[in-house]
Every structure is written in structure tokens, then in C-alpha cells.
Design a protein around this ligand. Structure first.
Ligand code: PGA
Length: 237
């Protein structure tokens, strides 16, 4: 059984999501979390699926135009949020300090951060993948009390793999995921769920499922196509 998290980004219009929701309405699987655009949370009211946010505000205050605070998410019974996604870090220049604030805010409020880490193609070519990831994890976990670190879900997403159709070899993924798990155990005495993300689809899911260290997937594009998403969930159940 693997955890499947759908990151629908800003892909779907209301009409497209209406169709998606209709097709997945029978889904009743505790190992699936869908992160739609937050304007659409209400469209899942009659679907028995856990929802997550794609991001959370780093601010506590109410006067933060355009942001969604952890209090608002909690009030909607949304207890998961992706943080540190590479698209936000690259396009919106979010820093590791921003990610750290968000991780702390979520954990302080018994919510679960889904922390994205991963290397660029240049970093992979220079052989610094693991160091980059360890630095990202350490930065994101700065001043987080050790006793709640095991709640965190980590998503290993090589940046060069997101939306490109290029996926690392099974051995490469296995090697990085095992190193992440060992790092968390050695540094924080913590056992964490570690997902793989980046171009996961119905064509490569069987192959990926043979990697026992992968605890689940963070799925972008393929999580917006109901039939494909259901097939992947089926193969992970
Ligand atoms: P992808 O996106 O599955 O479309 O590559 C994954 C992600 O960005 O979380």
C-alpha cells in the first residue's frame, strides 16, 4: 500500500474539475490525498477523499492579500499542505527560510507538511544531489522540535523530472530515498514517509512500484486525469 498525493497545480478549470470529481466520486481510499487549487475545495464536499493545500501562508496575520493561512485551512478540515515545491521556489523565489516558517507553523498546529526536496539537472551532473537535499531538509527543519519531525512527509522530486517525462532510474531513486531516510534517522531520530515525485504516470508506475523504499508518490499532471489517476491508485493499493 503506497500513499498517493495528487498535486493538481493550476491545471483545471471549474468545468474540467467538475468532470474529474464526477469520475472519482466512488473513490474511498485513506491513502489518497488530493491537493486541488484551493478555490475548488468545496467541489469535493461529497467525495470521501482527504484534501491538502498546495501551499500555506508564512504569515499569521489576516491582512495578507492572496494568501491562505493555516487557520483557514484548519477551518476547512484541511490538515495537509505541500511546502517548498520547486515551482514556488523557482518562479516565486520562495526561500528555504520561508519553507521553514511554513513547516513550523503547520507542525505547531498539528497539520502535516509535505516537504518537497530535489536537485536541478546541473546539481545532478555535479554529483551533489544528496548534499543539496540534506541542506534543504536541514533548512526546512531548523528549530522544529524533534518530537514532531516524524509527522512530516518528504517528497523527493528531482526538479529536472517534474513535468518533463524524464524519470531517474529505479536504482537512482532508491539510492536517494534510502539516503534521505538514513539522514532523518541519524540527524533527528525520525522515521518518515518518503515519496517520489516527477513525471509519474500509468506507463511507469509498475516499474516504480518495484522500488520498495518508495512509500508513495506526489503526482502532478497525471493527477488531473481521472481515469489515469484512478489506475495509478489501483496499482498502489
Ligand atoms: P508531474 O509533477 O507529475 O507533473 O511531473 C509532480 C509535481 O510537481 O509534484
Amino acid at each position: 500500500m503506497k500513499l498517493v498525493i495528487g498535486n493538481q497545480k493550476a491545471y483545471l478549470t471549474k468545468e474540467q474539475l467538475t468532470d474529474f470529481v464526477k469520475k472519482i466520486k466512488e473513490l474511498n481510499n485513506k491513502n489518497v490525498i488530493i491537493c486541488p487549487s484551493s478555490i475548488y475545495f468545496g467541489m469535493f464536499d461529497n467525495v470521501k477523499v482527504l484534501l491538502g493545500a498546495q501551499d500555506v501562508s508564512k504569515f499569521d496575520g489576516d491582512a495578507t492579500t492572496g494568501d491562505i493561512s493555516f487557520k483557514q485551512l484548519k477551518s476547512m478540515n484541511i490538515n495537509f499542505s505541500i511546502v517548498g515545491h520547486s515551482e514556488r521556489r523557482q518562479l516565486l523565489k520562495e526561500s528555504i527560510e520561508d519553507t521553514n516558517i511554513k513547516v513550523r507553523k503547520l507542525l505547531d498546529n498539528n497539520m502535516i507538511p509535505i516537504l518537497c526536496v530535489g536537485e536541478t539537472i546541473e546539481e545532478k551532473s555535479s554529483g551533489v544531489t544528496k548534499q543539496v537535499i540534506f541542506d534543504e531538509i536541514s533548512g526546512a527543519l531548523k528549530d522544529v522540535p524533534n518530537n514532531c519531525i516524524d509527522k512530516l512527509i518528504i517528497a523527493y522530486e528531482p526538479i529536472w523530472s517534474i513535468g518533463t517525462g524524464n524519470v531517474p532510474t529505479n536504482d537512482e531513486i532508491d539510492n536517494v530515498i534510502r539516503s534521505i531516510k538514513k539522514f532523518l534517522l541519524d540527524e533527528y531520530n525520525s522515521n518518515n514517509i518518503v515519496l517520489y515525485g516527477g513525471s509519474v504516470n500509468t506507463k511507469n508506475i509498475d516499474e516504480l512500484n518495484t522500488v520498495s523504499s518508495i512509500d508513495g508518490y506526489l503526482i502532478g499532471g497525471a493527477s488531473t486525469k481521472a481515469v489515469e489517476f484512478l489506475q495509478i491508485i489501483d496499482k498502489c493499493s
